[in-house]
Design a protein around this ligand. Structure first.
Ligand code: ADP
Length: 310
């Protein structure tokens, strides 16, 4: 039995325009690293967090809460220590809390020789998400744990579908350094939407899924439209409309808000276009005078990766 594992845990983009609360995908070039060690003392101890100022107390850290949810379903007489190298800034809208929740349960499960299946791991990781945002949502932890694109078809019972990803699909993400509280972004949403809007939304979800299955980049692009969250949430992100226009002009298939923002994602066919899109996004925020981080990444089909195990 292995006793120590070091993993890469990807950042994730949730919602993906038309897929509000149900779709997400994993990134390759931005993520956290986690070290998980089996120890004789029962329970979960977070020993170190590098890169961000986050609580070390097990019950206040999403990694601790998710790991405890998993341990509660075992009768092990040992425990685990967790170390986190935090590269994904909390509150960026690319699944910072989800990475810690997903990484903790995935790593522990490896050291327990795969006792739980991936859907069960999502269920444990959702407890971490509940701590971060008050809602046990799965749209970031599912792509982190399954890799690629995921669809949450149902929460009760939890039914997650992994969707294939065309090989040349690239994401460009810009994180303008402004703060949006997830709770504020939620408050803006309407309680009800019209049947006309709902019809357009589910038509696009079907189109996007079909485009992903059939490598139809044009269809993916046509389907990246959101009638539910983007019209209201985009008002919280300065420059959003300009970014969207300039991305499409630069050749992106589509562009939208990542999670509840403030990060904005664009999908492109091929790296050359993804790089052009990055330049276009940067130009908007350079002009407005808002600092940003930018990431260019393939869609990560694998999800969490082992860096070392012993
Ligand atoms: P994101 O959408 O990028 O995950 P959220 O705002 O949803 O960002 O979650 C971040 C919140 O979760 C912050 O309040 C942060 O203090 C809390 N948190 C607790 N543990 C962690 C952790 N290990 N990683 C990231 N955020 C954490």
């Amino acid at each position: 039995m292995n006793t120590e594992i070091k993993i890469f845990v990807p950042a994730t983009v949730a919602n993906v325009s038309c897929g509000f609360d149900v779709l997400g995908f994993a990134l390759d070039t931005v993520g956290d690293e986690m070290m998980i060690r089996k120890v004789s003392q029962k329970g979960i101890k977070i020993t170190k967090i590098i890169g961000q100022d986050l609580p070390l107390e097990t019950h206040k850290n999403v990694a601790g809460v998710a790991a405890l949810a998993l341990l509660a379903k075992t009768d092990t007489n040992f425990g685990f220590e967790i170390e986190i190298i935090k590269n994904i800034k909390p509150g960026s809208g690319i699944g910072s809390s989800a990475a810690s929740s997903a990484g903790a349960v995935w790593g522990i499960n490896k050291l327990l020789e795969g006792r739980f299946n991936t859907t069960e791991l999502v269920q444990f990781a959702m407890e971490g998400e509940k701590l971060a945002s008050g809602v046990a949502h799965a749209d970031n932890v599912a792509p982190a744990l399954f890799g690629g694109f995921t669809l949450i078809r149902s929460y009760n019972p939890l039914d997650i579908i992994k969707i294939p990803t065309p090989n040349e699909l690239m994401a460009t993400i810009i994180h303008p350094q402004i703060e949006i509280k997830t709770a504020d972004a939620r408050k803006l949403l309407k309680e009800n939407i019209s049947l006309k809007e709902a019809t357009k939304q589910w038509a696009n979800v079907g189109g996007l899924i079909s485009g992903l299955y059939s490598n139809n980049y044009n269809l993916i692009g046509r389907s990246l439209q959101d009638y539910v969250a983007e019209p209201v949430r985009s008002t919280l992100i300065p420059g959003f409309n300009d970014v969207k226009k300039t991305c499409i002009d630069a050749g992106a298939l589509g562009c939208g808000i990542s999670g509840s923002g403030p990060s904005i994602f664009a999908l492109s066919k091929g790296e050359k276009t993804a790089l052009k899109v990055a330049e276009a996004m940067k130009a908007v925020y350079d002009k407005i005078g808002i600092e940003y981080d930018i990431h260019i990444s393939k869609v990560n089909k694998q999800g969490i990766k082992i860096l070392d195990i012993k």
